[in-house]
Unconditional design. Sequence first.
Length: 214
Amino acid sequence: MSPRRSNSPKKPRGVIVWDFDGVLFDIERFRKNAEHIFEKYGVPPAVFQAAILRIRKEGGQFSVARSFRIMRSLGASVKEKTIRKALHNHLALTRYFAAPTDIFLRRLRNLGFMHIILSLGAPSYQHKKIRVGCGKKFIRHFAKISTTRKPKFIYLKKLARKYPHTTIFFIDDTEENIQLVQKHVPEIVTVHYSNISGVSLKNLERGILLHVKK
């Protein structure tokens, strides 16, 4: 993936590190639609839900391949190639980030903020959702797109060393991730935000700009 990179060496006004699922990407709607796709090709909703639940209980990262293995172990007949193609086509045709989010990201970038995506998950699965599900215009907002299998604070520690005199924001919808960053990288400003929380982008933007002005 090749996100848009600025040729300007100018120091950013701030660095905003974004979680992807549940913050920029409507993951709950995608899961519901994916469940319908699996059902269309012979996987009962109960099996789909059981596979998701098992992955959450066992820990580790979600991937389509892992979900296929679990569904087969539960007795489902999985048409892997057909379902993968259907998921790909669905992502290509369905918008999972809102137009106001696109405008919001562009406005902050024009104000001098650097955007980074830091997504927890299997790289191939996450990059497909970003690349196919959001597209090139979305990708151009970001100086870097990273996926990790490790706790996010490890990446953020390195980022804080790279930008020692710049305000760094970490925006995530998972309380555990927020708490780990607060504990291990307290100089980073943490924001708990979900795209289904009802918090407006205007309020989020206002909080970011007020903090930078301090």
